[in-house]
Design a protein around this ligand. Structure first.
Ligand SMILES: [Zn+2]
Length: 143
């Protein structure tokens, strides 16, 4: 039992390092939604969610800092899935089963993952530029 556990742990370590190396060599900058695995899962498969995400991030940061790749973690207060990437309104009624949804204010139809990815990208960009992204208006300027 302990033997099996150790083997799994080692495989996990290997996988973490491999993935971290792969990502840092592929990208100059990596933006992640802090402590939310949805984006990771859709990109790299279910495997990621079974593994220690925090452990992986630590390795990723370590390698990134050595070779000069930027890691931007998006604060977990920010709801990228629920935020309309068209107008910025928050859809509080969105639940995990909703794969697509329509902005109540602006009428834009969103694919859940794509919408979240757009928002993560934008917040990452404005965080880097030193903007305060927390003051976003919840009302819809496009309606
Ligand atoms: Zn909208």
């Amino acid at each position: 039992m302990a033997q099996t556990h150790r083997k799994i742990a080692n495989q996990r370590e290997d996988f973490h390092w491999k993935l971290a190396h792969q990502l840092t060599h592929e990208y100059d900058e990596i933006r992640l939604e802090d402590l939310n695995l949805n984006g990771m899962k859709s990109l790299w498969g279910r495997k990621v969610s079974d593994l220690g995400f925090a452990d992986f991030i630590a390795k990723l940061k370590y390698i990134a800092s050595k070779i000069g790749v930027k890691i931007v973690l998006i604060d977990k207060w920010y709801p990228p899935s629920k935020t309309c990437s068209t107008c910025g309104a928050i859809n509080e009624s969105l639940n995990l089963r909703d794969r697509t949804w329509q902005g109540a204010d602006c009428g834009a139809v969103h694919d859940r993952d794509r919408n979240a990815a757009i928002n993560i990208y934008r917040v990452g960009a404005s965080t880097l530029a030193g903007e305060d992204v927390r003051g976003g208006s919840p009302s819809c300027p496009c309606g």
